[in-house]
Design a protein around this ligand. Structure first.
Ligand code: ADP
Ligand code: NG1
Length: 476
C-alpha cells in the first residue's frame, strides 16, 4: 500500500533535522544497553528516566591533528557510544551516576556552584562541559532552582584510546540538556557548541569529534570542513574493511600537556610563517589561514615551510624576537594554562606534518570517489604515510602503537595508522575482506598474547567497524 505523502515527509524530516526517535526503533543491541542504564537509573533514583540520548565515538581514517589548524578531516562514527538516561528532578541539584561505578564514582553538585576543574579532570567534568555549554548558549534563561537533573551514564567507547569517548560524553550531555530544557538547537549548532564547550576541560581541541558524533549518517564516512562547518558524505570503496586495534596504552589528553603543546607549536609556526609571507599576523590564527591568505596551494606549502622555518627547535627567546613580543606578552597571548613552562618548540616538523596531512585528506577523498582497481592500495599507502608523519614529524605516536602498526601491515592490512590524538590508543587498518579472519588471528597471537596483561581485554580491543549514525534522542 502506498503511504500518504505527509507521512513520508514526516519521516524525512525526522531523520534529517530532528534528533528524536521512538525507543521502539532502537536496534536490539542498543535496547539491551538502554535497559542496563535504565535499571541503574532506577536503582539510584527510584524512578524511570524521561528519555535517553546516545552519542557515538568515532574513528578518524585520515587527517590527524589538522582540525585545529583549520583543515578538513575524514572520520566515521562507530557503533560504540555514550548513553545517557535523564530526568528533571525538581531540585537544584545535578546528580550524576555511572553504570561503571568503580571507575566513575557518583557525583552531585548544586546548579549554582557548577565548576570544571581543568587541572584535575574527572569524568563528571566532561558531562558538566556539555551541560554548561548548552545552558550558556541559552543565556541561563531556562535555569531555575528547580531545574535539577538526575542522570545515569553508560559508555562503551574505550576511554583515552583515540576514539573520542570524551567528546561523545560531552555531545550526549549537551544534547540531553537541550532536550530536558526544551531548547531548540540545530544539528550544526550542537556540533559547534559541543566542540567549544569541551575546551572548558583545558584542551584546545578542534571540532572533528563533535561534528562526526552529531552529524554522522549510517553507511558513509564524512569529509568534515571547518569555518564554516560543513560535511560531505563519502562512500568507502568496496572489498575492504577498517579494523580498529587498541594498543591498550591509555593517555588522557586533559591530564597531560602533549596535545596543547602541539596546538601551541602550530600557533607559533602560523605566526612566523605569516610574518615571513608579509601577512597581517593579527588576522591569521591557523596554519590554513597562512596558506589561504598567501594564496599558495596546500601541496606547495612544504616548499614555503622549508624556506622559512629551521629544523632545529626554536627557543622561547628566538620566537619572542621574531614576533617582537616580550616574554610576558608571549605567555599571555600564545600559551595556554598547561604550556606556560615551555622553552623549546619544534615548528618546522609540526607545520610540515600539517600541510602534508591536509593534502593526504583530499587525495584520500578523491580516491574514494573515483574508484579504480588500485583504489584500496592507494588508500592504504596514504594511511601508512600518515602514520609515519605522526610518528616522525608530529611525534604523537608511542612505541607500542608503532609496533602494532607494523604487525597490522604484516598481518595483511593494506595500510595502517594511529587514529585520534595518539601517544597511545588505537590503530585503524584497511584490511581486504578475505584477509580479515587471518588478520584478527595474527594480531591476537603477535600483539595481544605477547603483551600478556592484555589477554582479558581481547574481546573489546580489536574489532572491524562500519560507518554508523550520529547522536539520537530516544523517547518512549
Ligand atoms: P578520548 O580519546 O577517548 O576522548 P580523553 O582522554 O580525551 O580520551 O577522555 C577520556 C576521559 O573521558 C576519561 O578519562 C573519562 O573522564 C571520560 N570518559 C570516557 N568514557 C567514559 C564513560 N563511559 N563514563 C564516564 N566518563 C567517561
Ligand atoms: P581524541 O582522539 O578524541 O583525543 C583529539 C581532538 C581532535 C583532533 C584529534 C587529533 C579533542 C576533543 N579532540 O581527539 O579534535 O585534534 O585529537 O586529530 O580535543
Amino acid at each position: 500500500m502506498t503511504r500518504p505523502l505527509t507521512m513520508l515527509l514526516n519521516e524525512m524530516t525526522m531523520t534529517e533535522t530532528t534528533f528524536v526517535k521512538p525507543l521502539s526503533l532502537a536496534e536490539s543491541k542498543k535496547k539491551n544497553y538502554i535497559n542496563i542504564v535504565k535499571t541503574h537509573f532506577n536503582k539510584k533514583f527510584g524512578s524511570d528516566p524521561s528519555f535517553y540520548v546516545r552519542a557515538p565515538g568515532r574513528v578518524n581514517l585520515i587527517g590527524e591533528h589538522i582540525d585545529y589548524c583549520g583543515y578538513a578531516v575524514f572520520p566515521m562514527a562507530i557503533e560504540q557510544d555514550i548513553l545517557v538516561a535523564i530526568s528533571l528532578n525538581g531540585s537544584n541539584k545535578i546528580n550524576l551516576t555511572n553504570v561503571k561505578e568503580s571507575l566513575y564514582p557518583d557525583f552531585t553538585t548544586s546548579l549554582d556552584v557548577l565548576k570544571i576543574d581543568s587541572l584535575n579532570p574527572k569524568w563528571y567534568h566532561y558531562y558538566l562541559c556539555g551541560f554548561l555549554g548548552m545552558v550558556e548558549h541559552a543565556s541561563y534563561d531556562y535555569l531555575s532552582s528547580s531545574s535539577g537533573l538526575d542522570i545515569a551514564v553508560l559508555g562503551t567507547v574505550p576511554p583515552s584510546a583515540g576514539l573520542s569517548s570524551s567528546s561523545a560524553l560531552v555531545c550526549a550531555a549537551a544534547l540531553a540538556t537541550m532536550h530536558a530544557y526544551s531548547l531548540s538547537v540545530s544539528k550544526l549548532e550542537l556540533a559547534s557548541l559541543s566542540s567549544k564547550c569541551e575546551r572548558y576541560i583545558g584542551t584546545e581541541g578542534g571540532g572533528m569529534d563533535h561534528a562526526i558524533s552529531v552529524l554522522a549518517e549510517p553507511g558513509s564516512a564524512k569529509l568534515i570542513e571547518f569555518n564554516p562547518l560543513q560535511t560531505t558524505n563519502v562512500l568507502l570503496p568496496e572489498g575492504a574493511i577498517f579494523v580498529i586495534a587498541n594498543s591498550c596504552v591509555e593517555i588522557n589528553k586533559a591530564a597531560t600537556s602533549h596535545y596543547n603543546i602541539r596546538v601551541v607549536e602550530c600557533r607559533l609556526a602560523t605566526q612566523i610563517l605569516a610574518k615571513a609571507c608579509g601577512l597581517n599576523v593579527t588576522e591569521v590564527s591557523k596554519l590554513k589561514d597562512v596558506q589561504e591568505f598567501a594564496n599558495i596551494p596546500v601541496d606547495q606549502m612544504e616548499k614555503k615551510v622549508k624556506e622559512v622555518l629551521h629544523e632545529n627547535p626554536y627557543s622561547r627567546t628566538e620566537v619572542c624576537q621574531i614576533l617582537e613580543l616580550s616574554d610576558s606578552e608571549f605567555e599571555t597571548t600564545l600559551l595556554s594554562a598547561n604550556t606556560k613552562f615551555l622553552q623549546e618548540f619544534k615548528l618546522y616538523q609540526r607545520a610540515l606534518h600539517v600541510y602534508q596531512e591536509a593534502s593526504r585528506v583530499w587525495r584520500f577523498k578523491e580516491i574514494c570517489e573515483k574508484k579504480s582497481e588500485t583504489s584500496l592500495l592507494m588508500l592504504g599507502q596514504l594511511m601508512t604515510e600518515s602514520h609515519a608523519s605522526c610518528r616522525d614529524l608530529y611525534e604523537c605516536s608511542h612505541p607500542d602503537l608503532d609496533e602494532l602498526v607494523q604487525l597490522c601491515l604484516k598481518a595483511g592490512a593494506l595500510g595502517s595508522r594511529l587514529t585520534g590524538a595518539g601517544w597511545g590508543g588505537c590503530t585503524v587498518s584497511l584490511v581486504p575482506f578475505e584477509k580479515v579472519d587471518n588478520f584478527l588471528v595474527d594480531l591476537k597471537k603477535n600483539y595481544y598474547s605477547k603483551h600478556f596483561r592484555l589477554q582479558e581485554l581481547l574481546d573489546t580491543a580489536i574489532f572491524p567497524t562500519k560507518p554508523g549514525g550520529g547522536a539520537v534522542i530516544y523517547e518512549d
